[in-house]
Design a binder for this molecule. Structure first.
Ligand code: PLP
Ligand code: COI
Length: 340
């Protein structure tokens, strides 16, 4: 694949696509320790045909963004939280954790090296950063690898879901993760398992799928790539408390922002049969930012939240505050922003 040329990029029309940038980061774990890694111009990885990851899915990843501020600086949003979750995911998959301070430094190195590719302020774009780690040992039996590759690539992206346009979603009949499964880990298998559910949603005209709790299929869990929230008729902010969802860094931040906005936020059970109790709903995540849910269809029954065409006022406020902090326009009261 050819390297992306800077002059070929249309900053206002990036989409959510992979582009091969000049620099990535690579480091190997072997002989019981992480070797000294660093920047590389090689965006191709080579594995033995029996590599653990290729057959048994021993992989974990992260997703984060670098934002351009009005005065041209570049900043990350809570990268320490991604480093921590990467460790937790690695432990769940019995992988060698990558040192958290080195994780943040490596992310900064990749952003600095590709700084020209961080979209300009006001374009709506950002530099998406994808750190990941795979088990590389050739193994026929199912057991943890003793060698790993840690790698980071970056790619300029527009919004995953464009603008604050409400989208229609459907409740999936499939589960994303088992109750005591790998739902809290950011690992490839959870996403491979979601492909059919997402295909069924898209084939039926929906933007995506929403999963219910895997034990009772009664309470809302999350989307394939984002957490769920809803605003109650009482004006309060609700988001699912569940054993099988990814602990979203955006969600954690929105819980604080919602508290500051007087929305009395809580993590609780959201019964899929009680959607009438909610006036707004949305998706939250790094890629999704805040994306309003226009409607949710469950077993053929469609529930419209605020509107199918306009974002609700609380959704708009949450988005403005979160994206404002991320891009430097709103005061960062909590020290979430890290300069690159
Ligand atoms: N849930 C899933 C399944 C995800 O893939 C993501 C994306 O990372 C999220 C939630 C949101 O997490 P975060 O806000 O940390 O990006
Ligand atoms: C992210 O938001 O960073 C994710 O990993 C979600 C993915 C489906 C793009």
């Amino acid at each position: 694949m050819a390297k992306q040329k800077l002059e070929d990029l249309d900053w206002t029309n990036l989409g959510f696509a992979y582009r091969d940038l000049p620099y990535s980061y690579n480091e190997e774990f072997k002989d019981g320790k992480w070797q000294n890694g660093g920047l590389t111009t090689d965006s191709t990885l080579t594995f033995n045909e029996a590599a653990e990851d290729l057959h048994y899915g021993q992989e974990v990843f992260e997703g984060m963004k670098a934002y351009r501020t009005k005065d041209g600086r570049i900043q990350l949003f809570r990268p320490d939280m991604n480093a921590k979750r990467f460790t937790n995911s690695a432990k769940r998959l019995v992988m060698e954790p990558y040192p958290e301070d080195k994780f943040v430094e490596a992310v900064k190195e990749v952003v600095k090296a590709n700084a020209d590719f961080v979209p300009p302020y006001g374009s709506g774009g950002s530099l998406y950063i994808r750190p990941f780690m795979v088990g590389t040992e050739p193994l026929v039996g199912v057991s943890p690898s003793s060698t790993y590759t840690f790698h980071i690539y970056a790619t300029p992206v527009g919004a995953y879901i464009k603008g604050l346009h409400p989208m229609p979603y459907m409740v999936s009949k499939y589960d994303r993760a088992a109750y005591a499964g790998t739902g809290q880990a950011k690992t490839a298998g959870n996403y491979a398992g979601s492909l059919l559910a997402a295909k069924e949603a898209k084939d039926n005209g929906f933007a995506g799928e929403l999963y219910l709790d895997p034990r009772q299929h009664k309470y809302v869990d999350e989307f394939g790539g984002a957490n769920f929230y809803a605003i109650g008729k009482d004006g309060k902010f609700y988001t699912p408390k569940s054993h099988s969802i990814l602990p979203s860094i955006t969600k954690k931040s929105i819980l604080q922002i919602a508290k500051d906005l007087g929305l009395d936020p809580s993590e609780t059970n959201i019964d899929v049969n009680d959607l009438d109790e909610y006036t707004e709903a949305g998706a939250m995540g790094t890629a999704a930012v805040i994306s309003p849910v226009g409607s949710l269809t469950n077993n053929g029954k469609k529930h419209v939240f605020y509107s199918e065409t306009e974002p609700g006022p609380i959704t708009q406020k949450l988005y403005d505050t979160l994206f404002g902090i991320q891009s430097g326009d709103v005061e960062d009261k909590y020290g979430w922003v890290v300069p690159v």
